[in-house]
Design a protein around this ligand. Structure first.
Ligand SMILES: [Zn+2]
Length: 480
């Protein structure tokens, strides 16, 4: 709150507070200081600032130290609420209502002050929530992807923070172990507590008061997922995140914590050494990178999008595609023509049936990568796709590069080649003529919405999460 309320207001509130404790009237203090009561009143209301040279005199008259006066926090709850109301009345959200401001001062009862502050808080909460429509969410996603594209999906600041943390725990080579993640957590003055009753809407909860990170138990002993969740929780703390003020903020924080976790699990220096050696040997493969660092295929492919352009000058693309061919996640900086809607969003758009991302689901054996060259109007691309199966159905993870860079990758000699002319409907959207003649006008499908695209819209301070549930949870657990 100190950011939003001026120094003069805080100082004034503290002077009034200490004058009350000293049982002095305005007149008493004014005569002790040789000034007028009206000037003291202006100072206490934050309309004037005392000269710095006067502060020792003020402090002596009130029987406190100069430091007591200068601490930049509200001296008591009443003053804190008055300052909060002052800030809220100055906010753009309030200004947009065109309502008059109320005079804040001793004439206002505690009840009325409490009521106004409560209403303002609700007003701010609703203003934040209302902006998080699906359109807003898609727009912010698109903006964020464009921002990351301009940085080659590489964030040097977070790489540096991750490297610093890894150095502190003495991690030198190989996969980051659960033990090392715990060390990192301990060095930050936190402890990890495994619980099996985390609220459904959360992946982890950090109790800032008692320094604990609550994590779910491993469903598979030694499973990799937990390291990532613990690192993400650590990242919120290391990057000094505060509750997101907008959906864009929320997305940015999520990107940062995911990036930090990846940069710890696949450290920059070791990863670049590994990838560089494989490139030299012309035997690059996402699956080897994945296995060398003990992560998921998706995490490894995404990490390669962070490093391949920055360190090797290779343009890349990444796709996670769902059971109906819809894009769940995508990134490119090699001009692969991703399907986009009118707003530029790719999430939920249907990928060309001829791309490796979809052909792999039909033809590939689930344990091996599926390689393919695809000719498009933007050039020829090589890609490697791994398929999998989740509760939502089959999905595929694709990593790809332009034709010229395929020479560094395992699978470059594949004979699989397809031509895609999407978004031309004749490419793969239009049914075969005979089927169309048979069925046109005789079928009525009812569409299923892709829940995952619209589902995780934020509400409240912590998007997608029930705050009451969280606080109740911490109440119960902090006592044990
Ligand atoms: Zn197509």
């Amino acid at each position: 709150m100190t950011d939003d309320v001026s120094y003069a207001h805080l100082l004034g509130a503290r002077l009034r507070h200490f004058r009350g404790l000293a049982r002095m009237t305005l007149d008493d203090l004014a005569s002790a200081l040789g000034t007028s009561p009206s000037r003291i009143s202006l100072i206490e209301n934050g309309h004037r600032e005392p000269r710095p040279s006067e502060l020792p005199t003020f402090a002596r008259a009130l029987g406190v130290s100069v430091e007591d006066l200068l601490v930049l926090t509200a001296p008591n709850e009443r003053a804190s609420e008055e300052l909060e109301l002052r800030r809220m009345q100055a906010s753009p959200v309030f200004a947009s209502l065109g309502l008059p401001k109320v005079k804040i001062g001793r004439g206002m009862s505690d009840d009325v002050l409490g009521l106004l502050v409560g209403l303002h808080r609700e007003l701010e909460r609703r203003a934040t929530t209302a902006s998080a429509t699906p359109e807003e969410a898609r727009l912010r996603n698109t903006e964020q992807r464009a921002m990351m594209r301009s940085k080659n999906n590489y964030l040097p600041d977070i790489e540096a923070i991750a490297e610093e943390q890894l150095k502190r725990i003495g991690h030198e080579a190989g996969a980051l172990t659960h033990r090392e993640v715990h060390l990192m957590v301990e060095q930050l003055g936190l402890e990890v507590v495994y619980v099996d009753d985390l609220p459904h809407s959360t992946r982890s909860i950090t109790d800032l008061e008692n320094g604990r990170i609550y994590l779910p138990p491993a469903s598979i002993p030694g499973g990799h997922g937990l390291r990532s969740i613990a690192l993400q929780a650590v990242a919120h703390r290391l990057l000094e995140h505060t509750p997101p003020k907008s959906y864009a903020d929320f997305l940015h924080q999520r990107l940062q914590i995911n990036y930090f976790a990846a940069a710890c699990l696949m450290p920059q220096r070791q990863s670049v050494e590994f990838l560089g050696a494989r490139k030299q040997a012309r035997d690059l493969a996402v699956e080897d990178f994945r296995d060398a660092f003990g992560t998921t295929h998706e995490a490894a492919a995404l990490r390669m999008t962070n490093l391949m352009t920055q360190h090797f000058g290779i343009g890349v693309h990444f796709l996670r595609v769902g059971p109906d061919g819809e894009v769940l996640k995508a990134y490119e900086n090699n001009n692969l023509p991703l399907p986009v809607d009118v707003t530029g969003a790719v999430e939920g758009q249907i990928v060309c049936r001829k791309w490796g991302a979809r052909r792999a689901v039909e033809v590939a054996h689930r344990t091996t990568e599926f390689w393919q060259y695809t000719d498009t109007h933007a050039g020829t691309f090589w890609s490697s796709t791994q398929t999998g199966h989740s509760s939502g159905g089959p999905f595929s993870i694709t990593f790809g590069v332009p034709f010229d860079d395929a020479r560094f990758f395992r699978g470059r000699e594949t004979a699989n080649r397809q031509t895609s002319t999407c978004p031309d409907p004749a490419c793969c959207r239009r049914p075969p003529r005979d089927l169309e003649a048979q069925w046109a006008g005789r079928a009525w499908p009812s569409a299923r919405l892709h829940a995952q695209i619209l589902a995780s819209l934020p509400t409240g301070r912590f998007p997608g999460v029930d705050e009451t549930e969280i606080y109740n949870y911490l109440e119960r657990h902090s006592r044990s």
